[in-house]
Ligand binder design. Structure first.
Ligand SMILES: Cc1cc2nc3c(=O)[nH]c(=O)nc-3n(C[C@H](O)[C@H](O)[C@H](O)COP(=O)(O)OP(=O)(O)OC[C@H]3O[C@@H](n4cnc5c(N)ncnc54)[C@H](O)[C@@H]3O)c2cc1C
Length: 384
């Protein structure tokens, strides 16, 4: 008789729950004894309450993955804000100039480029799937003994699993904090995700289904403290100016939060009996909204590798098996991490020459045909 393997998933964030659902639905699921442990309480989502502060831009590829798991239906039936266009520009040019980047769903023959979804809603939808599977969920509990045939560290950027297995990280501090809130714009957002590179830092404006925009402004820690404590009127004023009134005046219309930023990459993703996924393996700058998307791709690859290993009669915790996951994901994540770090630095430089060069670069990118198409498809998770 085939043996059963104990799988311990530490962390019930988006990535931990995605890998749990994929393994729990695998055709080999009867060979797994899966436990998910999280230090926090079970995420709760109130469909009648206000849109939560933490939202993520979910690329079309990640939406497809959630759909295949059976979680997307819950998300759509509750609230997901589609975005059909994207516009990225430097503060030295106009958003509709040739020096700005613009992408539309129509040019890729898809109804939308992606969706803005609350993190807690994704977790809630995945938990609804998991409640029907043979998976043990433990909340409000930190693991003390990491004993299992395979421990999956999905416990975020300050991963305890990573430390317990003695895996180091390469850190690239930004000296920036992501300031997050929802604002009500004077003019309609037209389902467009906007990103303006200001010398204070990139300002992302994500369209919400109720007409508001969710903003992520990655700025110097001192400025973040100032906007966090500003009156509603001052906050509206500061952000209307930072956005160059692209949506008219912006009005404070939601809670506020601040998240210190640091790019961090684990030196290795796997050891015998252990694999890191999501932010535990790689934390990246939020400026292109890729962190959760990359984490879900990690989860999908790891589940696929484990499935194949079982089919071939291999132990899912063996290093050669787990190395297949690491080889598939580490290079791609490193590319994205360094690209975001470089982009953030490039746009933070307040030199006239650099500014001219980056606007010229954007213009060139606009005319680069296949390169532009390829880059956008990768960012949208529509294939490599
Ligand atoms: C401001 C901001 C905006 C962002 N916007 C986007 C976006 O638009 N699109 C996008 O794709 N990404 C975005 N990201 C990135 C995204 O939020 C993260 O990449 C993603 O949430 C990581 O998910 P995770 O499951 O790997 O880790 P986490 O979400 O950090 O979850 C880790 C879980 O592990 C648990 N845990 C921690 N320690 C322990 C322990 N010792 N024992 C048990 N449990 C433990 C925690 O309670 C938590 O539930 C953004 C990030 C920020 C800061």
């Amino acid at each position: 008789m085939s043996r059963t393997y104990e799988m311990l998933i530490v962390g019930a964030g988006v990535t931990g729950l995605t890998v749990a659902a994929l393994l729990g639905q695998s055709k080999h699921s009867d060979r797994f004894d899966i436990t998910v442990v999280d230090a926090g309480s079970r995420p709760h989502h109130d469909p009648d309450g206000d849109v939560a502060l933490r939202v993520s831009a979910i690329a079309a590829g990640s939406a497809q993955l959630l759909d295949s798991i059976g979680a997307w239906q819950t998300i759509c039936a509750t609230r997901a804000s589609p975005y059909e266009s994207m516009r990225v520009w430097d503060e030295s040019v106009e958003p509709d100039s040739l020096g700005a980047l613009q992408f539309d769903a129509a040019e890729f023959a898809v109804p939308q480029l992606g969706f803005i979804v609350e993190n807690a809603l994704i977790q809630h939808a995945l938990l609804r799937v998991l409640d029907k599977l043979d998976v043990t969920l433990v909340f409000d509990s930190k693991v003390d003994r990491l004993e299992a045939d395979l421990v999956i560290g999905a416990d975020g950027a300050r991963s305890h699993v990573r430390d317990a297995f003695g895996i180091g990280t390469r850190d690239f501090p930004y000296g920036q904090t992501a300031f997050v809130t929802h604002l009500r714009p004077e003019n309609p957002h037209r389902r467009t995700a906007l990103q303006r590179f200001t010398t204070d830092g990139p300002l992302g404006m994500l369209p919400l289904i109720d007409g508001r925009v969710s903003i992520v402004w990655s700025i110097h820690d001192v400025l973040a403290e100032r906007v966090q404590g500003a009156s509603d009127d001052d906050l509206g004023e500061i952000l209307s100016e930072a956005s160059d009134y692209v949506l008219g005046r912006l009005e404070a219309a939601g809670p506020r939060g601040s998240f210190p930023l640091c790019a961090r990459h684990a030196t290795q993703y796997v050891m015998p009996g252990m694999a890191l996924i999501g932010d535990a393996a790689h934390a990246i700058h939020p400026l292109a909204g890729q962190g959760a998307n990359l984490g879900m791709q990690d989860a999908a690859k790891l589940a696929e590798v484990i499935d194949t290993a079982l089919r071939e009669g291999e132990h899912p915790g063996d290093r050669p098996v787990l190395r297949r996951y690491e080889r598939a994901r580490k290079g791609e994540n490193a590319t994205m991490l360094h690209f975001m770090t470089g982009l953030n630095k490039l746009f933070a430089t307040d030199s006239a020459i650099v500014r001219e060069l980056r606007v010229a670069g954007m213009r060139l990118f606009n005319y680069s045909g296949p390169i532009r198409d390829h880059a956008v498809k990768v960012a949208l998770g529509m294939g490599q």
